[in-house]
Design a protein around this ligand. Structure first.
Ligand SMILES: C[S@@+](CC[C@H](N)C(=O)[O-])C[C@H]1O[C@@H](n2cnc3c(N)ncnc32)[C@H](O)[C@@H]1O
Length: 387
């Protein structure tokens, strides 16, 4: 017997929201529950309904063990309690994304599901750096390779000889393995002078490209402090980049862009101010310093106690802020999303608190704190606290 709900295993593309497929966008907007990974931008989640249940299942810092079994069970459980469940993954869901494993699990548990392909980082990110992975003059074959193997699979030896003989090699999850990749390929016959590149966080504001030869790339990447996620491309196609460096990219993201929304600080302000409800929520959270408090994850109950607030209205407020993409919610614990840490905490260099407070203090007839504070605990407003 199949479940009442359907699980969509959806590719979110390499990071830039404009690289979502139309189907992915429709599903994100329709979803009752979104279960998402680390490489999904908060802007993409901001497309979701305000009352969506967002569940983060990416790796936590310091966590090494796979939570795959837990995630599989979560998907089945979600399909029993919601109509549209979106399992959102970076890039394409089945390319090194465990989408195949999740689909198998859903099938064997009678859950209705569908896989919605996404733009994989393996093809899009090299081109962001001006490197087409095939080219009639340089490459007729491409291998997409992972540097990360299951530690319990002794048979998972890489066939370096076969790889060394292919035209273009694209490595995922391999920043730490770059010295080994370079030396093994050279050992198996690939010339050390083969052009090679590593692209960190393509389509994100932190995008950075380092180009060199196969022999020198490990040292260059270390010198430039390249960090995961990154894609490594090896092959003659890397040369094409030299002819394409002048091309203009709409899809480039500037470092000083608001990471959470992809908008400048002023546009972010306009968007936040677009509805009274939203404005009221954000101002209330700013005045109560909830974003400061949520730099460390907390449950609604712990936050209510720490800030001396009424639990139920606070819980509702947190849900709405999570719906806006300003907070992240995982297993009932809330923490700041990147946009709120960057713009809405009082210690952030780009703090919007002051601007928001000034703009909205002018609007009469509302008291954003009324239902949240204990009558005995009514504090001064934000400006008064700043002194
Ligand atoms: C678990 S795999 C997921 C791949 C994904 N399913 C896809 O199709 O792109 C994660 C790896 O993809 C690569 N990756 C994903 N997004 C990237 C990006 N925007 N820039 C560079 N590498 C990226 C990195 O190698 C990262 O370690």
């Amino acid at each position: 017997m199949s479940t009442p709900g359907k699980v969509y295993l959806v590719g979110a593309g390499p990071g830039h929201p404009d690289l979502l497929t139309i189907k992915a966008q429709k599903l994100i907007r329709a979803a009752d529950i979104i279960i998402y990974d680390r490489l999904v931008q908060e802007e993409i989640l901001a497309e979701a309904r305000r009352d969506v249940e967002l569940i983060y299942v990416g790796k936590r810092p310091g966590q090494h063990q796979s939570r795959q079994e837990e995630i599989n069970q979560l998907l089945v459980e979600a399909a029993h309690r919601a109509a549209v469940v979106v399992r959102l993954k970076g890039g394409d869901p089945v390319l090194f994304g465990r989408g195949g494993e999740e689909a198998e699990y859903l099938a064997s548990h009678g859950v209705t599901f569908e896989v919605v392909p996404g733009v994989t980082a393996g093809l899009a990110v090299p081109m962001a750096a001006g490197i087409p992975v095939t080219h009639r003059d340089h490459s007729a074959s491409v291998a997409l390779v992972t540097g990360h193997r299951r530690s319990d699979r002794s048979t998972a030896e890489v066939n370096w000889r076969a790889l060394a003989g292919l035209d273009t090699l694209v490595f995922f999850m391999s920043v730490g393995k770059l010295p080994e990749i370079s030396s093994k390929l050279i050992e198996h016959g690939r010339p050390a002078h083969t052009p090679a590149a590593i692209i960190q966080k393509g389509y994100w504001p932190e995008e950075q490209t380092v180009v060199g030869t196969l022999g020198e790339l490990p040292a260059l990447a270390e010198r430039e402090a390249i960090k995961p996620p990154a894609i490594i491309v090896i092959g003659e196609v890397v040369r094409v980049r030299e002819k394409l460096t002048t091309f203009h990219r709409d899809l480039r993201r500037d470092k000083d862009e608001a990471v959470g929304f992809g908008l400048s600080a002023d546009s972010l302000l306009v968007r936040i101010g677009a509805t009274v409800r939203t404005a009221k929520d954000v101002v209330a959270a700013v005045e109560l310093r909830l974003f400061d408090a949520l730099e460390q994850p907390k449950t609604p109950a712990a936050l209510a106690q720490a800030q001396g607030l009424e639990l139920e209205p606070l819980r509702e407020l947190l849900k709405r802020l999570a719906g806006l993409g300003l907070l992240l919610r995982e297993a009932g614990v809330y923490r700041n999303a990147e946009a709120s840490s960057r713009f809405l905490t009082s210690t952030s260099p780009e703090c919007l608190c002051r601007r928001l407070d000034e703009e909205l203090a002018a609007a009469e007839g509302y008291d954003p704190l009324a239902e949240l504070q204990h009558p005995s605990k009514k504090s001064n407003n934000f400006r008064a606290k700043k002194g």
